[in-house]
Each structure stands twice: as structure tokens, then as C-alpha cells.
Ligand binder design. Structure first.
Ligand code: ADP
Length: 445
């Protein structure tokens, strides 16, 4: 009975196709990130800027005052607890607020301040005296649109003349009506209908068009096309802004169709490294032995907080149960949980309410819990073809340079196949993974 041997993904377990799961997963992951994020991601990397007109001077700001924002908005910014612009905001904000307005394509990982930046730009550009939509913002899902809406409400708290409406399925308006709200945020399909079919919005009066989470957007059938059709209804001088966390070729192609003559800002993600991590593996024969090894490890060393990764929901559920029976306070993240529930579990774990977090990979992608000092791969990360998933391995246990606290990673190996995967991971990173004898644990810690 070897659970890591079976290269069965969560998606297959649930009876869904992996592709569909992947799409859903992208939007869900992004939402999860938003729900659990309460501050900026730190980065030491510099932004890369490619200006439409390379001869024009490049402004960047170190304070919000320099931007000459409306006082109500500056109050909103400070009300949110922002002291100074984030790395990407330093250059993106002056570009977005320039006269005449400039188009922008910006890419940086989640949590670097993109949403706050374009929300500030939208709020700055609207004229509250004009009672019609002036800014349109499209998001991949209803839930993501609501999250952005919240930021607009918070930042615009002292600017109540500016109103917001959600163009989302289920928000049914009377035929023939004209929207009075200055900002419309929604999903591409409904936004397109509201501009075209129903004419609730006069697209010719729109001054700012924002397309958020372009990489998530293009994963959904039809969104790309709908967004382009909205864009085509807008006036030539409408400011176009596009944001994405990642930038594959497909995102780039899409971005260029949405944003003519763009300025481009990119912020590299902080590199993760295994340099400050001690890596071990433990040889077992079955999942029960793996569990026993885990108990031995817990008996031998003090573990403040640990994350344990399993390949399937079933294993994760089983392991969480066994650990609870041993008296551990265990948190479980599992695929069938709603994103909000997952966020709550992660928050509790971060707050130290539980000491062990058992999770499947799908759930935990992209989560960083900085205080975790021990990561256990109860199953090694493999892709859907059963090959080692090096990227996930690095992301699970790696640390970014600046916060490089020392860490401990323990890999459970229970078959020839998983030994082979471990060897390939070891070769890939060219970093030794040492064998650990769990009956004699003096060597670690
Ligand atoms: P992104 O859109 O890139 O994911 P957000 O705009 O949502 O990033 O910002 C991530 C987190 O950082 C949010 O909690 C947000 O409130 C906060 N934040 C954004 N800009 C600043 C800033 N200049 N100073 C402090 N916190 C900020």
C-alpha cells in the first residue's frame, strides 16, 4: 500500500478532468492568496521598466505625497496603513496618473501591490460630478471582483461621491436603464453584455479600462475573446491597464491585444533557494511506517510548526486523523473545502492555534507560512505523469534569500519509484539529501 507510488492527482480523485481543475485552481488560488494576505510581499529585486517612449523621463516616487493625490484619496491610502508606495507602485503610479494617461502592462507576483495601484488610479481619474461609468475593471471571477471591490470601497472611504457597481451574473438590471455609478467592476461576460447588448454602460465615455489577473483570465474559455470585444468598444484615448502575476507567452500575446502602445513594468519574483535548508530522507515500506517515522521524529526533536504534504486527499485525511489520535493539534487543508474555509484554516495555523498543517499540494500551492521550520514531504511531489515536480519541491521547502531562516525538510520514501524520484530531485538541485535513521535521531537539529 504505497500512496506516493500512485500518481493519481486530486483532480482525478474527484472525477474531474485535470484541465478543468487547473483553471478553477488558478482562480481559487488567487482568491486564497488575497484572503490570507495582510501585507506586502517583500522583495529586494528591482523593477524592469520598458517605456513606450524611451526618451521621456522616468518618474518614480518614494512617497504618496509626491503623487499629488486628492486629499480624500491620500486619507484613504493612509487609512489602509500604507506608509510608502511598494516597489511596483513607485513606478506604476506616476505612469498611471500622468497626463495624458499612459497605458500599462504590469507583471509581478501576487501581493506586491498591483490592485492597490490600479484602484488608486481609477479613483483618481473619475469625475464624481459625472453620473455615468468612467472606469471599467474586469476580473476572472465573481469572487475576485468582489475582493477588488472591497479595496475600492476601503480606499475610497473618504470619497463617498464615487460609487461602485458590480457587473456580475445575478445582478439583474431593468432593461433600458443607464448606470450612474462611476466605477464598474465585474466579469468579462456580464461586462460585455452591459456595454453591448443591454447598453447600461456607454463604452464611449469610459476613461480607464483595467484588466486584472490576465493569466487567470486566459485560462477560462471565452474570457479572452470577451475582454477583447469590450476593449474594442472603448474610445481610442481610453487608458488601458493590464495586470498579471505571471507572464507566459500566451499572456503576453493577449496583453498586447488589449493594451496598445504599452509601458511595461516587470518585477521579478524573489528566487527561492535550498541553501539554508537541511534535507533528509527516510526509508519506509508503507504509509503506516511513514507515520511511525514521523512519530519518532516528533519524539526526538522539538518542532514548533510543521507542514506536511500528501499526494491525495485520502492520505491527508488519514494522516491528520492518526496525528490527532497521537495528541497533536492538527489542521487539515483539503481539496473539497471552500476557498474561504481554506483561508480560515491557514489563518488559524499562522496564529499558532495548530502546530501541524497537513495538506495536499493543490491546496497549498503558493502559500507561505514563514514561521514554519519543518516541512515534511509525506509523499514526494510528482506531476501528473509521475515525474518529479522540482518546482513544487523548491517552493515547498525553499526560502527566499532575505528571510533565509534555517529550515529542515524531511522526505518520506516508500518504494523504488519514490527513491528514484528523490534521486532525480537531488540531481536536479545538485544538493545532497541525506539519509535519516529515525531510530537514531541524534544527528538532526
Ligand atoms: P497584488 O494585487 O499585487 O496581489 P495588493 O494590491 O492586493 O497586491 O497588495 C497586497 C497587500 O499589500 C494587501 O494587503 C494590500 O493592502 C497591501 N499593500 C498594498 N500596497 C501597499 C503599500 N504601499 N504599503 C503597505 N501595504 C500595501
Amino acid at each position: 500500500d504505497s500512496s506516493s507510488g500512485a500518481a493519481k492527482t486530486e483532480a482525478e480523485e474527484g472525477g474531474k478532468s485535470t484541465d478543468d481543475d487547473d483553471k478553477e485552481d488558478k482562480a481559487a488560488q488567487s482568491l486564497l492568496n488575497k484572503l490570507i494576505r495582510n501585507n506586502l510581499v517583500n522583495t529586494t529585486n528591482q523593477v524592469e521598466v520598458l517605456q513606450k517612449d524611451p526618451n521621456s523621463p522616468l518618474y518614480s516616487v518614494k512617497s504618496f505625497e509626491e503623487l499629488r493625490l486628492k486629499p480624500q484619496l491620500l486619507q484613504g491610502v493612509y487609512g489602509l496603513g500604507f506608509n510608502r508606495p511598494s516597489k511596483i507602485q513607485e513606478t506604476a503610479l506616476p505612469m498611471m496618473l500622468a497626463e495624458p494617461p499612459q497605458n500599462l502592462i504590469a507583471q509581478s507576483q501576487s501581493g506586491t501591490g498591483k490592485t492597490a495601484a490600479f484602484v488608486l488610479a481609477m479613483l483618481s481619474h473619475v469625475d464624481p460630478n459625472n453620473k455615468y461609468p468612467q472606469c471599467l475593471c474586469v476580473s476572472p471571477t465573481y469572487e475576485l471582483a468582489l475582493q477588488t471591490g472591497k479595496v475600492i470601497e476601503q480606499m475610497g472611504k473618504h470619497y463617498p461621491e464615487v460609487q461602485l457597481v458590480y457587473a456580475i451574473r445575478g445582478n439583474k438590471l431593468q432593461r433600458g436603464m443607464k448606470l450612474q455609478e462611476q466605477i464598474v467592476i465585474g466579469t468579462p461576460g456580464t461586462m460585455l453584455d452591459w456595454c453591448g447588448k443591454f447598453k447600461f454602460i456607454d463604452p464611449k465615455k469610459v476613461k480607464v479600462f483595467v484588466l486584472d489577473e490576465a493569466d487567470v483570465m486566459i485560462a477560462t474559455q471565452g474570457h479572452q475573446d470577451q475582454s477583447i470585444r469590450i476593449q474594442r468598444m472603448l474610445p481610442k484615448n481610453c487608458q488601458m491597464l493590464l495586470f498579471s502575476a505571471t507572464f507566459e507567452e500566451s499572456v503576453w500575446n493577449f496583453a498586447q491585444r488589449i493594451v496598445p502602445d504599452p509601458n511595461i513594468i516587470k518585477l521579478k519574483r524573489e528566487e527561492e533557494t535550498l541553501d539554508t535548508i537541511k534535507q533528509y530522507y527516510v526509508l519506509c515500506n508503507c504509509k503506516e511506517e511513514k507515520f511511525q517515522a514521523l512519530c519518532n521524529i516528533y519524539g526526538a526533536i522539538t518542532i514548533a510548526q510543521a507542514m506536511i504534504f500528501c499526494h491525495t486527499r485520502k492520505t491527508a485525511g488519514w494522516l491528520a486523523g492518526e496525528l490527532s489520535r497521537e495528541g497533536h493539534q492538527v489542521a487539515l487543508l483539503s481539496g473539497e473545502m471552500q476557498v474561504e474555509q481554506r483561508a480560515a484554516v491557514i489563518e488559524r495555523f499562522r496564529g499558532g492555534k495548530e502546530k501541524v498543517l497537513v495538506t495536499t499540494n493543490v491546496c497549498a500551492r503558493g502559500i507561505d507560512v514563514e514561521q514554519v521550520s519543518v516541512v515534511i514531504n509525506f509523499d514526494l511531489p510528482v506531476d501528473k505523469d509521475g515525474n518529479p515536480d522540482n518546482e513544487t519541491y523548491l517552493h515547498r521547502i525553499g526560502r527566499t534569500g532575505r528571510f533565509g531562516k534555517r529550515g529542515l525538510a524531511i522526505n518520506m520514501v516508500d518504494s523504488k519509484m519514490s527513491m528514484n524520484i528523490l534521486n532525480r530531485i537531488q540531481e536536479h538541485f545538485n544538493k545532497k539529501i541525506e539519509k535519516l535513521d529515525t531510530d537514531d535521531l541524534d544527528e538532526i537539529e
